[in-house]
Write a new protein. Sequence first.
Length: 308
Amino acid sequence: MNPITTKPFQLLTDVNRIWDFMVDIYDPDRSNGVGAPFFEYALTSSWLDKNYLYMNRMWLDGEKIVAFAFYEEPCTDVYVSLRPGYEFLADEIVEYGETQMPRFGGEKAFVLASGQAALIDAVKRRGGYALECEDVEYDFDFAARDLNRLLPEGFHFVGPGDCDPVKLTRCFWKGFGHAERAPFENWTDRVEGPEWNAQRSYYGVLGECVAPPPHSTYEHNVTIADAAGEYACFSGMWWVAENRLAYMEPLCTIPEYRRLGLAEAALSEHVRRLRPLGARVMTGGGDPFYRKIGFDRVVRWQHWKKTK
């Protein structure tokens, strides 16, 4: 074994290395950390505060990455990916996460899967942390379940190559609640205030269409339109063939078409397309909707928060 070294994360040189590392150590139960798309999706999203990326840190055994501590949103939450066999680094990683990564107003938390036992024990040994909550994430097991919801009458799928970025952004705008604060048409004029948070969604989506994330698989996205051509529902898909992982992100339906079964139809289309490719797991989320339609493979995330 080589001496363990560390280095700060550098976006341009390390994004592919971190992807390969996370793919290499992936476990469906997240016992080694998040799936690779989790970090890259955050990096390419407008909501991530990128001012502190240099604080993310890699641990290396020679040239091999063995651990990575990073934040998502909020930046005071620390996630850790740890290669099996290197659990002895847990205390050092936790110390770095607490003392060197963003901490504003005394806020600090580690977000760990329940199977990351070495890291959870290290957090407990560190002292001053309490288990604030445990979130449940529901995944879909291709071997155990099927989804076959059909599209309601009057709706159709939009081919991946035919997707209009402005229509898609309008779907995001409405589907994620921005329309409650500002009309979509305001995106043309940058205005500070409630609208700007929504306007960023437009610039983010348009930017991804021009220069997509390095490991995006837009050909597996599912877009549903109504009879007039307005996009009513969207489900993004990152297909990681090495892990047989269908990483679904994001999913939204515009308010006027909710409770019609569009989201379930979109996820069913993912199943139809990806099962022949050998997919084993599709990620979902914590909303009871996923469990209701058959996403019953449970992953638990523990939030260990530093008490003041």
